[in-house]
Design a binder for this molecule. Structure first.
Ligand code: C5P
Length: 318
């Protein structure tokens, strides 16, 4: 008799940065960040299956094919750390544009970290999962929780933030890709040792005024990458200006670019603005932490123990 195959179809949501400040280069070569992450409804889809077996085997299919796929690295690491014995198959369908600062690859990796232990009956304690996530990429830990969160350090230390204000986001995706590594290197060259404290203080006062204010949405949000990326791609500065002029509550580039996001309080207004950008823009909504986690519970419902534990606990626990 062959062992039962366990399957799940999940979504890996994109993120936008509602504020992104780079305070300086760290001794480990990374940069010290202060950022606000926010999950949005745009998503890749992953179909995962697990069949217990004597030996472990991993097959990843991706559409389109991706070199050095983070999904493959996340699954391979998990198989090794949790000593999984079984056949793992993952089919990834990309919908989140790549090289746009939307965190698609990181979210795909986090989706594997959330789903695979549940299917395989492994119980990886949250701190271990977090450590594995941070090794895979600076943005990956955020996607283990979703919603709106403060990211500090490399961006992998995350804390929940109050969620409120505008709920709709227009994403304008220009036909340029930005290399994160190169954008950091270029921005790092412009920073002096004295900038760090000033940047951290100004981020903190901006965060205080947002979370204490009625709106709770970054109004004067800024992204330090804009200075270097807009110099190379002036059309992005024009997009930001057009979004701000159309009444966006906040308009800024996300991550190291190239997507530019505008926040709106009604869907109607967001749709009107999308049409102005003719095929280059899409409307998404901000996904709260509660909704993110309830979606995940739903996608894994057949395989988890009832209850509100997070991350979800497998009902096949070994
Ligand atoms: O962590 P992740 O693999 O996503 O980072 C990609 C690249 O971005 C790193 O190799 C590094 O060059 C740069 N980076 C950085 N500081 C951060 C995050 C990323 O310099 N806080």
């Amino acid at each position: 008799m062959t062992a039962e195959e366990r399957k799940a179809r999940v979504r890996a949501l994109a993120k936008v940065n509602l504020e992104l400040r780079v305070a300086g280069r760290r001794p480990d070569g990374y940069h010290e960040l202060r950022t606000v992450y926010q999950t949005i409804s745009l998503a890749d889809t992953l179909e995962l299956s697990y069949r217990p077996a004597r030996l472990s085997r991993l097959v990843v299919e991706s559409e389109p094919a991706i070199e050095d796929n983070l999904v493959e690295r996340a699954a391979a690491q998990l198989i090794e750390r949790a000593r999984l014995r079984g056949e793992v198959r993952i089919r990834l369908r990309k919908h989140i544009p790549m090289g746009a600062g939307l965190g698609g690859g990181s979210s795909d990796a986090a989706a594997v970290l959330l789903a695979l232990p549940v299917l395989a009956g492994a119980c990886l304690p949250a701190p271990e999962l977090l450590e594995l996530a941070a090794q895979l990429g600076s943005d990956v830990p955020f996607f283990l929780w979703g919603g709106r969160a403060l990211g500090i350090g490399r961006g992998s230390e995350v804390y929940p933030l109050p969620e409120g204000g505008a709920r709709w986001a227009v994403l304008v995706i220009p036909p340029v890709r930005v290399s994160t590594r190169e954008a950091y290197a270029e921005l790092g060259r412009t920073l002096t040792g004295r900038d760090g404290e000033r940047i951290i203080n100004s981020f903190q006062s901006s965060l205080w005024s947002q979370t204490l204010g009625a709106e709770q949405t970054p109004q004067a949000a800024s992204n330090d990458f804009e200075a270097v990326v807009f110099r190379r791609h002036p059309e992005l500065a024009r997009i930001k200006r057009d979004l701000a002029a159309s009444g966006a509550g906040a308009a800024l580039m996300t991550g190291s670019g190239s997507a530019v996001v505008g926040l709106f309080s009604t869907r109607r207004r967001a749709e009107q603005v999308r049409r102005v950008f003719r095929g280059r823009a899409l409307v998404t909504f901000l996904v709260s932490r509660a909704r993110y986690q309830s979606w995940w519970r739903r996608w894994l419902a057949r395989h988890i123990l009832a209850g509100r534990q997070w991350p979800p606990q497998s009902r096949y626990r070994r």
